[in-house]
Design a protein around this ligand. Structure first.
Ligand code: 5AD
Length: 348
C-alpha cells in the first residue's frame, strides 16, 4: 500500500484506514523515508518559517476542545491593535521572516474594514512578504475583500471531514457545511489554502482519520496543518487523553506522499506533546515551522490547550536556536516566502 501511495498518490478510504490501523515501527520508517525523498525532490532540505501573530483570543465560538472558547470565563482576553501588529512584523522582518500569519479567534472587532486596512499596511511596508490569515469562518464577500487588500493565504482547519464527528466537537450552532463552504470559497478566490485536523481528538475513529485523508486528497490544498489534540483543563474535554506524536508523524508522512509539494508545518502542538516533536515532524515529511511573533505579554494568553509552548525555540526570537536544531538533523531554515509551486494566480 505504501508503494501504491507513492505511485498513484491516492488510496481508498478502506486502504487509508488499514494503513493507519496496521501501522508498526517498520511501516512508519518506510513511510518517513519515502516522504523525505518526495519532499527533497520538490524542496530539497529547505524548511520555511512563518511568523505567527496571535491577534486576538476573543472568540464568539464555543468549540468543545478549545481553550479560548467563549464559555471559558477563566481566559484573560486580549486583542492587538494595528500598531502592535505592525511592530510584530517589524521585529519579524528583522529576524528574517517573510511570511506573517495573523491568527485569532472569531472576534467581531476585526471587521473587513479594519482587517483590510491592516493587511494593506503590511503589504505596503513589506511588499516582499506573504500575508496569511487564520481568522476562522467569514462570508464570501469578506474573504474577497481581504484578498483584494492583499492577503495571499488563508488557514482554516476543517477539523474533521466526518459530519457526525464534527457534531461531537462543536456546539449545534456551528455547521460542518458552512466550514466546508468557506474552504471552497477561499480556493475560488485564489488564496493559497490550508486545511487540517487534530490527531486523537475525542471520539475520533480510524475511519474519521481516513475520511480526513480522503478529503485532503481530493481538496488538494496548498497547506495542511495537523497536530495532536491536547486537552485544556477549562473545557468539556478536560482530562481526556492527548493525541500522540507517533500517529501525527505517521499521518504527516502519508500527507507528504499524497501531495509531494504540500506545505506541511511541524506544529506547536506537536512540539508541546514531545520535546523532540519539531524534529520528528520534519523527519517525517514536514517542511514548515511557525515560531511565535506575538508580543511576549500576550503569548501565554493564547492558550488553545494546556502547556502550549510559546517561549524559547517556539518564539521568533528563538529562531537562531531553531536553526541549529534543524541543522543538526540535516535541514536548513531559509528566509524565503516559501510559496507552493502551484500558487494560484486567479485574480478576482
Ligand atoms: N488541542 C490541539 N489543537 C487545538 N486546536 C484548538 N484546540 C486545540 C486543542 N485542545 C487547534 C484547532 C484550531 C487550531 C487553531 O488549533 O485545530 O483550528
Amino acid at each position: 500500500m505504501i508503494s501504491r501511495l507513492c505511485e498513484s498518490r491516492s488510496l481508498s478510504l478502506e486502504e487509508y484506514a488499514q494503513l493507519i490501523d496496521g501501522r508498526d515501527a517498520e511501516a512508519a520508517a518506510l513511510l518517513a523515508a519515502r516522504a523525505d525523498a518526495a519532499r527533497r525532490q520538490v524542496y530539497g532540505n529547505r524548511v520555511f518559517i512563518r511568523g505567527l501573530i496571535e491577534i486576538s483570543n476573543i472568540c464568539k465560538n464555543d468549540c468543545l476542545y478549545c481553550g479560548i472558547r467563549r464559555s471559558n470565563a477563566g481566559c484573560a482576553r486580549y486583542r492587538l491593535e494595528k500598531d502592535d501588529i505592525l511592530s510584530c512584523c517589524e521585529q519579524g522582518y528583522a529576524l528574517g521572516f517573510r511570511t506573517f500569519v495573523m491568527q485569532g479567534g472569531e472576534d467581531g472587532y476585526f471587521t473587513d474594514e479594519r482587517m483590510a486596512d491592516i493587511v494593506r499596511a503590511i503589504k505596503a511596508r513589506y511588499p516582499d512578504c506573504a500575508v496569511t490569515l487564520s481568522l476562522g469562518e467569514r462570508g464570501y464577500e469578506s474573504f474577497a475583500r481581504l484578498r483584494e487588500a492583499g492577503a495571499d493565504r488563508y488557514l482554516l482547519r476543517h477539523e474533521t471531514a466526518s459530519p457526525a464527528h464534527y457534531a461531537r466537537l462543536h456546539p449545534k450552532e456551528m455547521s460542518f457545511e458552512r466550514r466546508m463552504r468557506c474552504l471552497q470559497d477561499l480556493k475560488r478566490l485564489g488564496y493559497q489554502v490550508g486545511c487540517g485536523f487534530m490527531v486523537g481528538s475525542p471520539y475520533q475513529t480510524t475511519r474519521d482519520l481516513a475520511a480526513d485523508l480522503r478529503f485532503i486528497e481530493e481538496f488538494s490544498p496548498q497547506m495542511v496543518g495537523i497536530g495532536p489534540f491536547i486537552p485544556h483543563a477549562a473545557t468539556p474535554f478536560a482530562g481526556r487523553s492527548a493525541g500522540s506524536a507517533e500517529l501525527t508523524c505517521y499521518l504527516l508522512s502519508i500527507l507528504r506522499l499524497m501531495h509531494p509539494a504540500v506545505l506541511l508545518p511541524a506544529t506547536t502542538a506537536l512540539g508541546t506533546i514531545d520535546s523532540a516533536g519539531r524534529e520528528r515532524g520534519i523527519l517525517a515529511g514536514a517542511n514548515v515551522v511557525m515560531p511565535n511573533l506575538s508580543p511576549a505579554a500576550v503569548r501565554k494568553k493564547y492558550a488553545l490547550y494546556d502547556n502550549k509552548l510559546s517561549d524559547g525555540d517556539e518564539s521568533a526570537q528563538g529562531v537562531e536556536s531553531l536553526r541549529r536544531r534543524m541543522a543538526a538533523i540535516g535541514y536548513e531554515i531559509v528566509t524565503d516566502r516559501g510559496d507552493h509551486p502551484d500558487t494560484p494566480s486567479t485574480i478576482i
